[in-house]
Write a protein of this length. Structure first.
Ligand SMILES: Nc1ncnc2c1ncn2[C@@H]1O[C@H](COP(=O)(O)OP(=O)(O)OP(=O)(O)O)[C@@H](O)[C@H]1O
Ligand SMILES: [Mg+2]
Length: 250
């Protein structure tokens, strides 16, 4: 299928109406339905949504590790059909080097992500699945600041899954909020119009920052509370699992 159409050439990364259905013992499970998003080069997107809605599935389709049942992903005018060196992935819940501390693992992964490959080709798109989810808050703060600095320097396009509302607002140009599954899709997109470089201490008292934060909390806790789970005030839905990271150098 040739998805290189003229009207799509303007968007750098085009997630073009993807749906995916998995076969299961209980019959077909439609996990994603008509997910569409056009991403600009150098944009930082956070993907946020309740556990199990399909965030990792979206990321794996962009990575070329899963094929959508309908629709597809177009990067710089070419359809993504397999993993490639233009996309670096930090997986959820994997340990890159089990003997290293969590901090060292994340540091290593981020260093790897931003390092030039041997061919001097920089990775263009960084796909990160809850990369800092298991870190203590001070280390996490440090990693977020490093990520912002590096991204400002290299202008990589980033799609990051997070459960942390403050992290999403601090880092993102846009926060993409997914509805609950099955048949999950993009519920709302919030533009984060805050100047860069961003400083967390200054932003903590910034009414615009706090407005954005409240919008995401409202989406997650009022409009899209997980079925069967009462709304809570806990923004960070980390499951407390062992920290972990893995890196595929595509
Ligand atoms: N290969 C597969 N076969 C069947 N079902 C799958 C498969 N992969 C994912 N799923 C189901 O798709 C849904 C979405 O899974 P996914 O891992 O993308 O969610 P998630 O939003 O990343 O969740 P979390 O926040 O817990 O990481 C889940 O119900 C999961 O069980
Ligand atoms: Mg996931």
């Amino acid at each position: 299928m040739n998805r290189t159409r003229c009207n799509e050439m303007n968007s750098y990364l085009n997630i073009d109406h993807i749906s995916i259905t998995f076969p299961t013992d209980n019959g077909p499970l439609n996990v994603l339905k008509d997910v569409k998003l056009e991403v600009k080069q150098g944009e930082f997107i956070s993907l946020i949504g309740h556990s199990g809605c399909g965030k990792s599935t979206v990321l794996n389709i962009i990575a070329g590790l899963l094929n959508a049942t309908e629709g597809g992903v177009i990067l710089e005018g070419k359809e993504v059909t397999e993993p490639g060196p233009d996309r670096a992935v930090v997986f959820q819940h994997h340990s890159l080097m089990p003997w290293l501390s969590v901090y060292d693992n994340v540091r290593l992964a981020v260093d790897q992500l931003f390092k030039k490959t041997k061919s001097k080709q920089e990775r263009k798109v960084l796909l990160m699945d809850e990369p800092f989810g298991a870190l203590d808050s001070l280390t996490r703060t440090h990693m977020q600041d490093s990520l912002m600095e590096i991204q400002a320097r290299l202008n990589n396009t980033v799609i990051m899954i997070t459960h942390d509302v403050d992290e999403a607002v601090l880092l993102s140009d846009r926060i993409v909020m997914m509805s609950n599954g099955p048949s999950a899709t993009i519920g709302e997109i919030l533009d984060i119009d805050l100047p860069r470089p961003r400083d967390r201490l200054t932003l903590a008292e910034n009414p615009t920052y706090n407005h954005y934060r409240a919008e995401v909390v409202k989406f997650l806790h009022e409009r899209h509370t997980q079925p069967g789970v009462p709304a809570s005030n806990d923004d960070n839905e980390s499951d407390g699992e062992e920290p972990a990271l893995s890196l595929v150098a595509g």
